[in-house]
Write a protein that binds this ligand. Structure first.
Ligand code: GLN
Length: 234
C-alpha cells in the first residue's frame, strides 16, 4: 500500500461539529490495513504540494470570507490536482467554496474555486436536523448526517448530487438532491462527523485515493451506529 498524504485545508478557520473526525476516520481506517498516513495542516499563508486527499470543513460565513480569499492562491493547483484524480471532501461551508461562489445574505459574494459546477445563495431559513440520503455511489446505499445551513446550493453540468433525500433538506430543499460530486471531488452538507457515521463512504474515498481495494474491517459497531441514525420518511 502506498503512503497516503492528506491535506487538511484551513483547520483553524473551518472546523465545526467535529469535522476533525473525518480526518481521524480516514487515517485510522488506512492504518488499520497496514498503510501509513501523513497529515498536513494547511493554514493561511502556507504553501501547498501534492496530496492524495484534500479535506475542507464547515464554518460560519465570517470564516468563509477569509478562506474564500486565501484559497484563490491555490485555485490553479487544486484544479490540476482534481484533474489528475486527487480525492476531495468538502463539508458545508467548505463544500460551498468548492463550487463557483457563495452569496451571503449581506455582503459580498465569496468566490469559490470551481472544482464543482455548483453555486450557493443564502436562503431565508436555516435547515437544521438529521438527514438520511440514498446514494448509488456506495453499498449499503444509505448515508446519514446532520445538516445546519442556510445556503441553497444548485448543481449544473456534469456535477451530480451524491444522493437523494429520504429525510432532511439537502442542497436546496427543493430538488431532492444532497451533496455534489465531479471526478473525485465530493461536497456534502452532512456534518456529524460525516465519515465516522458512514465508514463505507470513508472506504470508498480511501480506495479511490489508494488506487486499490482495501481489505474489509470488522465494522459491526460502526454499522449499528449508522443504522440507528437512519430516519424513516413518514
Ligand atoms: N455559512 C454557510 C451556511 O449557513 C455554511 C454553514 C456551515 O458550514 N455549517 O450556509
Amino acid at each position: 500500500m502506498k503512503d497516503l498524504r492528506i491535506a487538511h485545508l484551513y483547520p483553524k478557520l473551518l472546523n465545526i461539529y467535529g469535522d476533525i473526525g473525518n480526518i481521524l476516520t480516514l487515517k485510522n481506517r488506512y492504518e488499520w490495513r497496514g498503510g501509513k498516513v501523513i497529515i498536513d495542516e494547511i493554514n493561511v499563508g502556507d504553501t501547498l504540494s501534492e496530496h492524495d486527499i484534500y479535506f475542507i470543513g464547515g464554518g460560519q460565513d465570517i470564516q468563509q470570507i477569509e478562506v474564500s480569499k486565501e484559497i484563490q492562491r491555490h485555485k490553479e493547483f487544486l484544479t490540476a490536482e482534481r484533474d489528475r484524480g486527487a480525492v476531495f471532501l468538502g463539508i458545508c461551508g467548505g463544500y460551498q467554496l468548492l463550487g463557483h461562489y457563495y452569496q451571503p445574505h449581506n455582503g459580498e459574494r465569496l468566490e469559490g474555486i470551481s472544482l464543482l459546477d455548483a453555486y450557493t445563495v443564502a436562503g431565508d431559513k436555516r435547515f437544521i436536523g438529521n438527514v438520511t440520503v440514498k446514494t448509488d455511489l456506495v453499498s449499503p446505499d444509505t448515508l446519514v448526517g446532520f445538516e445546519n445551513h442556510s445556503g441553497l446550493t444548485y448543481l449544473q453540468g456534469e456535477t451530480k448530487p451524491i444522493g437523494r433525500m429520504v429525510t432532511g433538506n439537502g442542497n436546496n430543499g427543493k430538488d431532492g438532491g444532497e451533496g455534489a460530486y465531479y471526478k473525485n471531488v465530493f461536497g456534502t452538507y452532512m456534518h456529524g462527523s460525516f465519515l465516522p457515521k458512514n465508514t463505507h463512504f470513508a472506504d470508498y474515498m480511501l480506495e479511490l485515493a489508494a488506487g486499490e481495494s482495501l481489505q474489509p474491517l470488522d465494522d459491526e459497531i460502526e454499522k449499528q451506529t449508522h443504522d440507528s441514525l437512519i430516519m424513516k420518511a413518514y
